[in-house]
Design a protein around this ligand. Structure first.
Ligand code: HEC
Ligand code: HEC
Length: 457
């Protein structure tokens, strides 16, 4: 009983800080199923632990010198904060998890077990929001440091430590190669979900994506950047398909994932917490409805989302994500248990990318499916998007609507791998910020108006 209560308190606290008001848990309109779904995500270990508390508390010993010295001199609490910050882990918004980051579950044996919220619980302007994509997460750096620390401490390596030796986990902090994790895990199973290690692993085109905000799931009937998969609770279980969870185990979790889907569908987008110029907002709506609504739909009372898939030639954004999800993978889903053997439609040849709902878009920077564009202003000014940029830790750029960044001409030489991942380099495969040039049809004043309107959604 205490967990739902703590959870309710968590919602009230986070909503309170964002909006300056204190709705009760009832007012957030969450069903019992949605509350159970969130509780499962905060408490139930579906995978083995990635590391234990001792390893977590020793990670700083693997850091480069100046940082290590800072950590050595710090208190345990401060060291834990620095550790969370280095890896883009989100402090838990409530008391669940015994000090673990959001997205890590206590396995009752000192372990940290990763789940969906590691990528799907993020922070905007310093405020943690479950369901927001984690645009700070440095999974590759975390995994490398965990591996070194375990070797140093003589501890056993885990599944992720091993996998990361052959599959890149993410080359830019805030994005992950998660689509390819799905392809690899699927390749190890037949269509009934029985583990079958003899199946061939298809060619893997690694690339990193930005986790989309989950509050838009309720508006969709199809999932992912190209909308190829149907929305159902089974499709959500892909991240849990490690071979140790055989077909029977996955089936036994169906009810859990129905609740997890109910939680996602209960999420509301956060409201822009600063002042808006209402005159600009009203003018921006008119311009948006003229130029953008045919793809992105309309908002407010009577708003309507269209879920349009735009051909890759028309949208012109980076095509690696579209090409990397090979047809064998899509066919496997179509023929198998995840799509109820094709009863829920799977698209084998999606044309391009879905125009996403723009609810709460002020909060979900960086933009485009690959997270290559740091602010809404840069979406509206395609020619001025930065080629190499790095975010500040918690800065929000209220003028441009998005994350505060430093732009640089060229990467500094002699960067450690961990440092290099802090920069988004749009020249790398899968990371182009080209395309979506529709805003070029707008005048400068229209862009200002649309920018203000986008912040209000
Ligand atoms: C390692 C990071 C990571 C983890 C862990 C993860 N996701 Fe995701 N998730 C992503 C990324 C990146 C995408 C975008 C994929 C795409 O569009 O092809 C995504 C997409 C989704 C979507 C589609 C949203 C939309 O609007 O189309 C849903 C739903 C989702 N994830 C649910 C889950 C659930 C449930 C779990 C846990 C079982 C989970 N994710 C675990 C990174 C992650
Ligand atoms: C022809 C259809 C189309 C039109 C017109 C269009 N968009 Fe888009 N928009 C898309 C698609 C498709 C994407 C996703 C592209 C991707 O992720 O690669 C997108 C992405 C975006 C994003 C990023 C969303 C996110 O969460 O990353 C924003 C913001 C946006 N559009 C705003 C606008 C505005 C403002 C206009 C009008 C000036 C507009 N769009 C016109 C199709 C369109």
């Amino acid at each position: 009983m205490w967990r739902p209560v703590l959870f309710a308190i968590g919602i009230v606290l986070s909503v309170n800080v964002m909006h300056g008001q204190a709705p009760t848990a009832v007012e957030t309109g969450q069903s019992a199923a949605a509350r159970r779904g969130y509780e499962l995500l905060r408490t139930k270990p579906y995978l083995p632990a990635d590391f234990d508390q001792d390893v977590f508390d020793s990670l700083w010993k693997s850091w480069p010198k100046p940082l290590q010295e800072t950590a050595r001199a710090a208190s345990v609490q401060e060291r834990r904060r620095l550790t969370m910050e280095r890896y883009g882990l989100m402090p838990s918004p409530d008391a669940i998890g015994n000090g673990r980051a959001l997205g890590y579950v206590d396995d009752g044996k000192q372990g940290w077990v990763m789940n969906c919220l590691a990528c799907h619980g993020g922070k905007v302007a310093g405020q943690v929001i479950p369901g927001l994509g984690n645009s700070h997460f440095a999974l590759q750096t975390l995994t490398e440091d965990v591996r070194i620390t375990k070797l140093f401490m003589g501890k056993k390596l885990s599944h992720l430590d091993g996998a990361s030796l052959t599959i890149p986990l993410g080359t830019t902090a805030g994005t992950t190669n998660s689509v390819i994790f799905g392809v690899v895990l699927a390749a190890l199973r037949d269509t009934d979900m029985n583990v079958d290690r003899k199946r061939p692993i298809p060619e893997l085109k690694h690339h990193d994506l930005d986790a989309p905000p989950l509050w838009n799931v309720k508006k969709k009937t199809r999932l992912y950047a190209d909308g190829f998969a149907p929305k159902n609770h089974r499709v959500l279980m892909q991240f849990m398909m490690l071979p140790r969870n055989d077909a029977g185990v996955l089936r036994s979790w169906e009810a859990d994932f129905q609740d997890i889907l109910a939680w996602m569908e209960s999420l509301e987008s956060p409201k822009y917490p600063w002042k808006l110029d209402e005159t600009l907002v009203a003018r921006g709506k008119v311009v948006f409805d003229q130029h953008c609504a045919k793809c992105h739909g309309t908002y407010g009372k009577d708003g309507r989302y269209l879920q349009k898939v735009i051909s890759i030639d028309v949208i012109g954004t980076d095509r690696r994500r579209l090409d990397s999800l090979n047809v064998e993978h899509r066919q496997w889903m179509k023929d198998g248990w995840l799509s109820r053997y094709g009863a829920d439609r799977v698209d084998l040849h999606p044309a391009g990318y879905v125009a996403p709902p723009l609810d709460g878009v002020w909060a979900s920077a960086p933009y485009l499916h690959n997270g290559s564009v740091p602010t809404l202003w840069h979406i509206l000014h395609p020619d001025q998007r930065p080629s190499i940029w790095r975010r500040t830790i918690d800065g929000y750029d209220q003028n441009r609507g998005g994350i505060e960044i430093q732009e640089i001409e060229a990467l500094p030489v002699k960067l450690s791998r961990a440092e290099r991942r802090m920069y988004f380099d749009t020249s790398k495969p899968g990371k182009s910020s080209d395309g979506h040039t529709f805003p070029n049809a707008l005048s400068d004043s229209e862009k200002r108006e649309v920018l203000e309107y986008l912040k209000s959604l």
